[in-house]
Design a protein around this ligand. Sequence first.
Ligand code: DGL
Length: 262
Amino acid sequence: MKSAQPIGIFDSGVGGTSIWKEIHQLMPMENTIYLADSKFAPYGNKPREDIVRLSIKNTEKLIDMGAKIIVVACNTATTNAISILRANYDLPFVGIEPAIKPAALKSKTGRIGILATRGTLSSALFSQTSEAFASDIKVVEVVGEGLVPLIENGQLDSSELHTLLIKYLDQMIEAKIDYLVLGCSHYPYLIPKLREMLPKNVTIIDSGAAVARQTKNLLQKHNLLNTETSTPSLEFYSNSETTILKSLLGDHSEITVDRLDF
Ligand code: DGL
């Protein structure tokens, strides 16, 4: 493995770009390849075996494309499949999990909310983390049914999205949470709306920055941090149409966004 090889990143769709942004900000010299599996999104309601199969497909594609490390930029894929990926492929993996631990430690009301997919909330890994770090506080778990398809379709300002958020946040506000954990990599794109809708004392946390730091630590540990100073190659591929992916990435001269079957 060489340090100039890219960091491979995958998500069920466009949401993992929120993690890519943290990774690129922390390690601007790294080459990256991002796969948006939008054709098969959402993962959140799929049976575990489908999530595992899709995660294997994405991993093998990234390995074929020369990835030196794989970031599973999807909570649903991480909580359901990362142990299988680690057992079967000989390269480092970084996953993303809901940040229950910091929220539970910092909460003053002893009540935190978590918004995530059904697949994440029903996973064994999530139950273990919740048990280990939040057994003495109240965790209001809410499935964000329908949010990922709206984000995938670029409907961030739609009334449908607003109506769903009111429904999901109401139960958390009623329970007097003071931390809201975003347990899906699509949800950071909802932060401006969430901020408007939540009481001021509620802190929103997501795991993107922590994932970027963990990726850097692992690269350092494996001696794979890129030391070349040439312009990085930042490749994005979607197996569906690319408009939303492009719009979330914004203007960035080094970025290429293409359609690819995988
Ligand atoms: N970004 C994925 C996650 O973090 C979305 C899951 C989905 O496709 O439903 O869980």
